[in-house]
Structures are given as C-alpha cells and as structure tokens.
Design a protein around this ligand. Structure first.
Ligand code: ADP
Length: 261
C-alpha cells in the first residue's frame, strides 16, 4: 500500500539464485519519529522554566550586596514557582510512563463514587480559590471497580482544566449519571471553549490550543493524555463537546458493568 516503508533484504539462496525479502518497517519508523518528537518536546518543556530559574538566581547572586530584601524574596519566589512547574512536569511524565507500561491495573477495588467526587470538588474549589461557582450533582451510592488513585487523577484533571480554562465568575458543573449500560462522569464549564479542529488532538501529549495560556495556568500539556490512558485502562471513553466562547463538556464514560452493588 502507498505510504508504507519497506526494507528489502537480498540474501544469496543458492549458487545462481538470490532471495529478495521485503520487510514492512513503517511501524518501527513511526515509533522512532514519535520517540524523537517526545524527547524534543520534553527537553523544550524543561528548558523554558530552567532558563527562568537560572536567570532569577543569577540576578540574586549578582545583586546580593545591592538588592533590597523584598526584591530578593520576589526573585526567589519566581524561581520557586518555575521549579514547581518542573516538578509537576516530571510527576506527570512518571505517571504517564507508569500508565503506558501496560501493567494491569494495580489494586483494583470497589471505589466509592460519591466520596471520590467530593474530593474532586474540593480540589477544584482550592484551585479556583473562590473565582468560580462549582457544583457537584451526584446522587449515587454506587461503587466503581477500578484503581482509586488513577480514577481520582483522571477526574480531578478534567475538573481542574475546567477551572483553568474558565474566566473568573464562570460556572462549573460536575455530575455523575447512569444512562442504561453506561455511567457518565461529566464536567461542564462555560469557559473559553475549543474550536472543532483542535478537539481530535487534545489527548496527544503536549498538544495545547494556546501554549501561552496553558503555561500561564500552570499546565504541563500532559493532563488529557493521562486522562485518556486511565480511562482506557478502565474500558472507558472520553467525549468532548465544546464551542469557542461558550464552554466545554468533557465526559468520561464507563461501562455500567463496572459498578459493584
Ligand atoms: P494543559 O496542561 O495544557 O491544560 P491538557 O492535556 O490538560 O494540558 O489539555 C490540553 C489542552 O486542551 C489545553 O492546553 C487546552 O488548550 C485544552 N483544554 C483542556 N480542557 C479545556 C477546557 N475545559 N476548556 C478549554 N480548553 C481546554
């Protein structure tokens, strides 16, 4: 087929015959390109905050004799913020690599949905710091079979994104519903929304609609990649419905057979 890369091997077969063997290496090549892109992306993501940290530290070192105490603590504070960004990036990379290692879900248990979502709500409210109205609609005593830590990280990621991409005064609704054979965890916001052409690529590592904005809000660009992995390990799916300027709804769907009585 067109678009595939073939490697041809020429092997002497007998005195007067050569054997031609072709091998399809398309997949291997694609993996190598992905690996190269990934290393380039990670290096770039690390270099930016590191440059800022180095810059602020240099300013402090050079100005130790002349700078006011307040200025020194201002510069150190900024350096500290960037170090935090690097820590988050490394944490997300480690999470992603553990999820990709294909290990079976560790410690699968019956996770109490209501208390999991209460914690998600609390975390979203901490990140929002009172700037949004955030509600939780969850009238269930259901328990979902899965890994509590992974599920929390996926659900909290969606809720925190809603906070990050919704201007002050916006409304965020977190809900849990069962619809026939599917259970849905949905996070709806009335924030900036996403243009349709970006939606299919959002779960790629480091894909962002607006690089600058994501940086400003402290994002690593890995959140939705982590969400997608966690969901697929729980036979779940992610649906994204969004309109620029009106808001987004991110829905995680799980098969209802994962519910335990
Ligand atoms: P980031 O750390 O950049 O938020 P994610 O993987 O969590 O990385 O999200 C990828 C991109 O998807 C974001 O940079 C942002 O452009 C977009 N996005 C995610 N959630 C929302 C949302 N609720 N509203 C608008 N855009 C969003």
């Amino acid at each position: 087929p067109i678009g595939r890369t073939l490697m041809v091997h020429v092997v002497p077969f007998s005195e007067d015959m050569l054997l031609l063997m072709s091998e399809d290496i398309t997949q291997g090549e694609r993996l190598q390109t992905m690996r190269r892109d990934f290393v380039a992306n990670v290096s770039h993501e690390m270099r930016t905050p590191l440059t800022v940290v180095a810059g602020f530290l240099e300013t402090v070192i050079d100005g130790l004799d002349d700078l006011e105490k307040d200025d020194i603590s201002h510069y150190l504070g900024l350096a500290h913020e960037q170090a935090g960004r690097m820590q988050r990036l490394i944490q997300d990379l480690l999470t992603l690599s553990a999820l990709e290692s294909d290990a079976p879900i560790l410690q699968e248990e019956a996770v109490d949905v209501a208390s999991l979502l209460k914690e998600v709500l609390q975390e979203a409210r901490v990140v929002s710091a009172g700037r949004h109205r955030i509600d939780l609609d969850c009238a269930t005593h259901a328990r979902l079979l899965g890994n509590a830590k992974e599920l929390y990280s996926a659900m909290a990621n969606l809720a925190i994104n809603a906070v990050r991409y919704t201007p002050e005064g916006g409304r965020i609704q977190i809900s849990w519903r069962q619809r026939g054979s599917v259970v849905e965890y949905a996070v709806k916001d009335d924030g900036i929304g996403i243009a349709p052409e970006h939606i299919p690529r959002l779960t790629e590592r480091f894909y962002r609609v607006d690089r600058g904005r994501s940086r400003e809000t402290g994002g690593t660009g890995l959140g939705l990649a982590i969400v997608k992995h966690v969901l697929s390990r729980h036979q779940g799916d992610l649906l994204i419905d969004s309109e620029p300027g009106r808001g987004s709804t991110f829905t995680a769907c799980f098969p209802a057979r994962r519910l335990v009585a």
